[in-house]
Design a protein around this ligand. Structure first.
Ligand SMILES: NC(=O)c1ccc[n+]([C@@H]2O[C@H](COP(=O)([O-])OP(=O)(O)OC[C@H]3O[C@@H](n4cnc5c(N)ncnc54)[C@H](O)[C@@H]3O)[C@@H](O)[C@H]2O)c1
Length: 339
């Protein structure tokens, strides 16, 4: 089979992570890499033996044989690189969030449409059997409808300062929670209204690092999220995730002790949810563990090879970003935001 040749733009955390998945695919070649940081680039090209490496990413776009690029840059840089890559006819896998504002997102989507290139967003949960099973349970009606999905999480946050800059990364309610907004939109449909309160624990940063939001969907379902990246390094808070509905509750693994899981379930191979129903009835629901990042990129490569549209697109990226921006706006104004 003819190899699909790809370029990686941005050789930081995600650039390396994705390259490790691609290296396991025998019909894929990471032909070129780019990073403005020469040390990152050197380390990357040594590990992945790329044929070409450039400090200036635009040189990747001039290589005819390269069919697609993975854009693994800090979020505020996605716009320019997506637009220039599309103009050169490269198919695009872009890490989430799509961009920092909706105008940029629109321009990126239009550039990909105009140049007839594929534009896949890195919403990796779409490829995770864990989230797939949760969605199947909700859609299958085991909990009844509407449901409320609760999610509380806190930490000291992401590894680089740009994540905490309101113009560059947007903080947890944009950068991290965008995965939740995408799962919500994918599972429940259109968002109707958002109400949020936000604050900043860390004084030295420009982004909001802490906030809570109620996201109401047209379907009647609801997502309640409370996230913080404001803790000092080494401190931690509780993680809570469940989904409740008129027929019962679904507890995620952060809500039960793994010692409770029946020994008959092979935990190397399976993860489990705990379903709790009327009359104190409990049921363990298992899902087979998979490498979601590998499966995500396999989909991108297959879409290029078979000329198919990716199942998760720039439009999905824009919809998720819209929710994150509404959360920040509601937090700032103290009023609900209609979407
Ligand atoms: N899907 C996920 O679960 C997930 C997880 C973490 C991060 N992300 C997203 O992935 C993206 C990258 O995050 P990261 O943690 O890898 O960031 P990072 O800071 O680790 O890496 C970014 C790299 O881009 C390089 N770079 C900056 N400007 C450049 C330019 N003009 N040309 C070439 N290289 C340039 C930097 O030197 C750095 O090596 C972000 O959008 C982030 O939100 C997604």
């Amino acid at each position: 089979m003819e190899k699909i040749r790809l370029g990686i733009i941005g050789c930081g955390g995600m650039g390396f992570h994705h390259a490790r998945s691609l290296s396991k695919m025998k019909d894929v070649e990471i032909m070129a890499a780019s990073d403005i940081n020469p040390d990152n680039l050197k380390q990357f090209t040594e590990e992945f033996k790329t044929k070409h490496s450039f400090l200036d990413y635009t040189q990747i776009l001039n290589i005819e044989e390269i069919e697609g690029v993975l854009i693994c840059l800090p979020t505020f840089l996605h716009r320019e690189v997506v637009i220039r890559s599309a103009a050169k006819g490269k198919h695009i896998f872009c890490e989430k969030p799509i961009a920092m504002n909706l105008r940029d997102a629109d321009e990126m989507i239009k550039a990909c449409q105009k140049n007839r290139v594929k534009f896949m967003m890195g919403f990796v949960r779409r490829f995770d059997n864990f989230w797939g099973k949760a969605r199947e349970i909700i859609k299958g009606g085991l909990l009844g409808r509407p449901v409320i999905w609760h999610n509380i999480a806190s930490s000291s946050g992401a590894p680089h300062s740009w994540y905490f800059d309101k113009e560059k990364g947007g903080g947890p309610l944009i950068d991290g929670a965008v995965h939740n907004y995408d799962f919500g939109h994918y599972t429940f449909g259109r968002v109707k209204r958002v109400f949020a309160t936000t604050m900043r624990f860390k004084e030295s940063i420009s982004a909001i690092d802490t906030g809570s939001a109620i996201i109401k969907y047209e379907s009647g379902d609801e997502h309640i999220i409370s996230w913080s990246w404001g803790l000092p390094r080494g401190a931690f808070g509780a993680r809570v995730t469940d989904i409740i509905g008129p027929r019962g509750g679904l507890l995620f693994p952060d809500c039960f002790n793994e010692k409770e899981i029946p020994q008959s379930i092979d935990q190397e191979r399976y993860g489990v949810f705990l379903l709790s129903l009327k009359g104190e009835k409990k049921e363990w629901i298992k899902w087979e563990k998979n490498d979601m990042f590998f499966d995500e990129l396999l989909h991108f490569v297959d879409c290029i090879r078979e000329d198919r549209e990716p199942c998760v697109t720039g439009e999905d990226g824009k919809k998720a970003l819209e929710v994150g921006l509404a959360v920040l706006k509601s937090g700032e104004t103290g009023s609900p935001v209609e979407i």
